[in-house]
Design a protein around this ligand. Structure first.
Ligand code: ADP
Ligand code: MG
Length: 316
């Protein structure tokens, strides 16, 4: 049964790449990385009911499993190339695999990512994807480079995915938009590549803007101030939950897969120009400060930092 599923996966994945000498079918894949680049590797696992709501369509699970991984490559400024897929399924469901691969492939084709291998086992629904990409030597975006005075930026409109999770019964156009942001996040690959040499620090927002910005601050040994009134809020989110809750979700909601990054203030115009043509846009939202606190300010500079900073899997 497992072999039927592997054949099905092989038949339905067709991203051709010259650097894949041997893909699905042997004991392992044979791949040729470009000689002058560094290989960038990331893996993320999605568990049914934890990383996507139970009842999420198989197409959306396939899309999201790849998207969250491409987002990690984007946050490093890498160009994606290859993926391997570890699929654990409760039973041999051809229909599930067919739909899953359709969702996976629609995103893989957009980024020319070849599925080159994987593993298929039986058990509770769990999807692990490992992705590989390239970045020119020493040009990767790290979490460690933020400096006091840097401007903080965010791509897209954070909070939408968390809004989508709360709108699971909504039937209006705004709810549909938010659910699509939750189920089919857009990895900001072009933005990450465009930020090579411009951003000093970068992270993708999976746990929530404040939580992930805090990771950058810890890694860089700095603090941050986010201006709540400058947060880019989508019309859909504001219409579904109202402006105050929208701001709260933008700060603390997870699963957006936007890029949060810092750049020297005199590079701000260059950042805006470099990302002008990319999906989702980009907005300056604050600055890096001395110390180690991550604060949220209102328009008058008052501290309005929320207590709950975002989703964490293992609470202390
Ligand atoms: P082995 O027993 O040698 O590990 P498998 O039967 O697990 O081999 O896999 C056979 C081939 O199918 C390998 O090339 C493997 O990478 C590929 N494969 C297995 N499962 C998947 C999957 N879910 N997605 C993509 N390729 C897969
Ligand atoms: Mg195997």
């Amino acid at each position: 049964m497992e072999f039927d599923l592997i054949d099905l996966i092989r038949e339905r994945t067709h991203v051709p790449r010259a650097d894949v000498s041997l893909g699905i079918g042997d004991d392992a894949a044979l791949l040729t990385p470009p000689p002058d680049q560094q290989l960038v590797v990331a893996i993320d696992t999605l568990v049914d009911g934890v990383h996507f709501p139970q009842g999420t369509s198989p197409q959306d699970i396939g899309w999201k499993a790849l998207a969250v991984n491409l987002s990690d490559l984007a946050a490093m400024g890498a160009t994606p190339a290859w993926a391997v897929l570890s699929l654990t399924l409760p039973a041999s469901h051809r229909d599930f695999v067919q739909a899953f691969i359709a969702g996976f492939e629609s995103l893989a084709r957009q980024h020319e990512v070849a599925l080159v291998g994987g593993d298929t086992t039986q058990g509770p629904l769990t999807v692990g994807v490992c992705v590989h990409g390239f970045v020119p030597r020493d040009r990767a975006l790290r979490r460690t480079g933020a400096q006091v005075g840097d401007t903080i930026f965010i791509t897209g409109t954070p909070g939408d995915a968390a809004g989508g999770l709360r709108q699971h019964d909504g039937h209006d156009a705004s709810s549909d938009i938010l659910r699509a942001r939750l189920n089919r996040p857009t990895p900001r690959v072009a933005a990450g590549v465009a930020l090579r040499g411009l951003a000093r620090a970068c992270i993708d927002v999976s746990d929530g803007l404040l939580a992930d910005l805090t990771h950058v601050c810890h890694a860089s040994g700095v603090g941050a101030e986010v201006d709540a009134h400058r947060l880019p809020l989508s019309a859909a989110l504001q219409s579904c939950v109202g402006p105050a809750a929208a701001r709260e979700l933008a700060l603390t909601g997870g699963d957006d897969y936007e890029l949060c990054f810092t750049a020297a203030p005199d590079q701000a115009d260059a950042v805006m120009r470099a990302l002008a043509g990319t999906d989702g846009g980009v907005t300056p939202i604050g600055r890096i400060t001395a110390g180690d606190r991550v604060r949220v300010c209102d328009a008058d500079g008052r501290d309005i930092t929320p207590r709950d900073r975002g989703w964490e899997h293992f609470h202390a």
